[in-house]
Ligand binder design. Sequence first.
Ligand code: ZN
Length: 314
Amino acid sequence: MSTQPLFFEPVFKERIWGGEQLKSFGYELLSSQTGECWAFAAHSNGQSVVKNGEFKGSSLGELWEKQRELFGNIEGDRFPLLTKILDAAQDLSVQVHPDDEYGLKHEGDLGKTECWYIIDCEDGAEIIYGHTAKTREEFAAMIHEGKWDELLTKVPVKPGDFFFVPSGTVHAIGAGIVILETQQNSDTTYRVYDYDRRDNQGNLRELHVEQSIAVTTIPSIEPVSKPVVNTSGNMKITTFVESDYFTVHRWELEGSAKLDQNLSFQLVSVIEGAGSLIKGEEKYEFKKGDHFLLPFEFGEYELDGNAEMIVSHL
Ligand code: ZN
């Protein structure tokens, strides 16, 4: 058992749509097109690494393989979640993910359900969430005719908004948005539309139109979010979603609060402010941009400070 929180060093990714906003989390950026910070990642394309305590230097994937007791010995051939912070300086491509059944059958990989917490955005920023087609035939026809403005549903966003994006939802993050994304640990993405953009070599990015038509939920679902708020002393906990794949909360701390971690594990991303975590005689400082995991049987502890955190667990 570990009674230490495990702080992780994220992995950064350059993206053509990335920017420089991730600097505000205290990160050193790769370039002026840094698009993604992979905070909790155990994926072949990126592994976050522990930076403190007895597991210092181990990747999340290694811990999952060799120290499964940290996660309550739950089953699974891979760590189930992936947490990222994204800076979309430009629009991301419009995409859709299959569900597990379709993903495993056609790609040999799980599908992907994800969710977004809007950390920050420019005035007027929008996401694409869903579409207007009533039947699969209509959906296919509008894609083939390029009726994108008619087909894709735009939704205005503001900081603090939360969106659950189940597999089968056509979606895109729009320009001027910094988002924290919690998702199933998979990479199966079908690109529906890329605004006919060309890269430096003049090439269009690959689209997956037939697969997109096959896996999209039709008619579309509305982006419903019914956050439940619980305030106890100095801690306000907002629960955004409890799904088959993950539960996501926002913790708003103002002062000191006593907590108890009795789940298989919890992932905590500090998105604002700073404070300390007190466990027995030990004290761990944290600040905006830090990401720590509270392992199985972590038990009772105290948080002290002024901070906002996004917390996820199974
Ligand atoms: Zn996606």
